[in-house]
Design a protein around this ligand. Structure first.
Ligand SMILES: *Cc1c(COP(=O)(O)O)cnc(C)c1O
Length: 453
């Protein structure tokens, strides 16, 4: 295994903002009630001012504040590895590189945005942030960041995961956060769901509604989102900016960049600095592959339209590919990939043919995770294993074609809290469930508008 390490002074000083480089301007967000284009001020009750500015910023480079860089240095720059043992096992002429984000205190890429978001909130006098979490990676990242800045954190955790993934809950409690199973009795959005279905397992969309409602009801409280929005994607570009320097050290440039997609933030964070080269024409042939679960097939089977980020329709309408804000995906183990929509920037690039998408079933994904553990050592998150599956497919396609190919994939987190899922796979207890078109059609029939007239 070859490892490419950057020194601390190579830590990026700026994030890369892709908005000015998109082939066409991003369609505007819409106000959830009036459906008029959203004004930055509309977000003021929800997000701190600096984060709102970043959401709409047209500057290509945005300064990373020094207190944020100081915390990034706890685990950044993260290592880039060449998976040469896996290459050998596959018998492929392709080179496989991966950027490893599992070294952060919370175990994934999510602190890359949790830290600046809490920093800006703290700077602007916010006392508490609320959020949603599925499997708990985002909730734990925000709890970690909150503990560093002395900002309170309230997490609405999807009820099914709250009971299935007790250790991520323990992590959040250890960092001092309060955690509620969603849907809860604490909000109108939660009570409405429970009135209809007292046994609701919850969903990310419901948990977002609860966290938004809680933030709106308290003056000293704001909301923090873990993926999809422009400012989150912006913060995650530290991943790709570092990877560019590391591949230069290796004397390589990727032919294909691959990431798993839940809301799209780790994929975009790794891919967008390279995407800039494709869009400028200097590396026009580089391909980009988004890997998603077949159980929540946003890019491969969704519709490009306007949709709410949450079930109750409290958040702005986002121009994105979506399977519908009422869609409840099967309880797959890659809990972080169960969001119904994706980052508007990623969806716009996918729509213009700059990003390919593939959907994978759980068993093929876990088979790759196990093979990877046995050749490369790391036990990786089920989410990340979707990207790995995409990388292996590319490596095998290169072998078939008898050609060289340089593959870069994002390894978004470790799997140390997912061992129950590995147990289930190893015991042959994982199911690959079909997703009938009628189930998708039902959720899609409630879309407010499509961008494909
Ligand atoms: C949350 C999470 C994801 C999915 O979120 P994105 O915003 O799509 O990156 C992927 N991998 C891990 C390890 C996660 O925690």
């Amino acid at each position: 295994m070859k490892k490419f390490i950057l020194t601390e002074d190579a830590l990026p000083r700026q994030w890369y903002n892709i908005l000015p480089d998109l082939p066409a301007p991003l369609p505007p967000y819409l106000h959830p009630v009036t459906h008029e284009p959203l004004r930055p001020d509309d977000l003021a009750p929800l997000l701190p001012r600096t984060v709102i500015e970043q959401e709409f910023a047209q500057d290509r480079w945005i300064e990373i504040p020094e207190p944020v860089r100081d915390i990034y240095r706890m685990w950044r720059p993260t290592p880039l590895y060449r998976a040469d043992r896996l290459e050998k096992a596959l018998g492929t002429p392709a080179k496989i590189y991966f950027k490893y984000e599992g070294v952060s205190p919370a175990g994934s890429h999510k602190p890359n945005t949790a830290v600046p978001q809490v920093f800006y909130n703290s700077n602007e006098g916010v006392r508490r942030v609320t959020t949603e979490t599925g499997a708990g990676q985002w909730g734990s990242a925000l709890s970690f960041a909150g503990s560093l800045f002395g900002v309170g954190v309230t997490v609405y955790m999807v009820k099914a995961s709250y009971h299935q993934k007790p250790y991520r809950r323990s992590l959040m409690h250890t960092w001092g956060a309060e955690v509620f199973a969603s849907p809860s009795e604490r909000t109108q959005a939660g009570r409405d769901v429970l009135a209809k279905d007292p046994d609701s397992p919850g969903s990310l969309g419901m948990a977002i509604s609860e966290a938004v409602e809680d933030a709106l009801a308290h003056d000293d409280t704001r909301f923090a989102l873990g993926s999809a929005m422009n400012h989150v994607v912006l913060h995650q570009t530290v991943i790709g900016l570092e990877a560019q320097r590391q591949l230069e050290m290796a004397g390589d440039y990727p032919d294909v960049v691959i990431g798993c997609v839940g809301g799209g933030s780790n994929f975009a964070g790794l891919a967008f600095p390279f995407m800039a080269d494709r869009l400028s024409g200097s590396r026009a042939a580089t391909r980009f592959v988004a890997a998603e679960p077949a159980a929540c097939p946003t890019l491969t089977r969704g519709v490009y339209g306007y949709d709410y980020p949450d079930t109750a329709g409290l958040g702005p309408l986002l121009p994105m590919r979506t399977v519908g804000h009422n869609f409840i995906p099967a309880p797959i183990h890659a809990g972080g990939l169960r969001f119904h929509g994706d980052a508007p920037t990623l969806c716009a690039l996918h729509d213009k043919g700059h990003v390919e998408a593939r959907a994978y079933q759980q068993n093929e994904v876990f088979a790759e995770a196990v093979r990877f553990a046995r050749h490369e050592g790391f036990v990786i998150a089920p989410e990340s294993a979707h990207a790995l599956r995409g990388a292996v497919q590319e490596a095998l396609a290169a072998k078939e074609a008898g050609e060289e190919r340089t593959i870069l994939f994002g390894l978004s987190g470790h799997g140390n809290f997912d061992l129950a899922a590995f147990d289930a796979y190893l015991a042959g207890r994982l199911e690959d469930l079909p997703l009938p078109q009628e189930q998708l059609d039902e959720a899609l029939s409630e879309l407010p508008a499509t961008l494909r007239a």
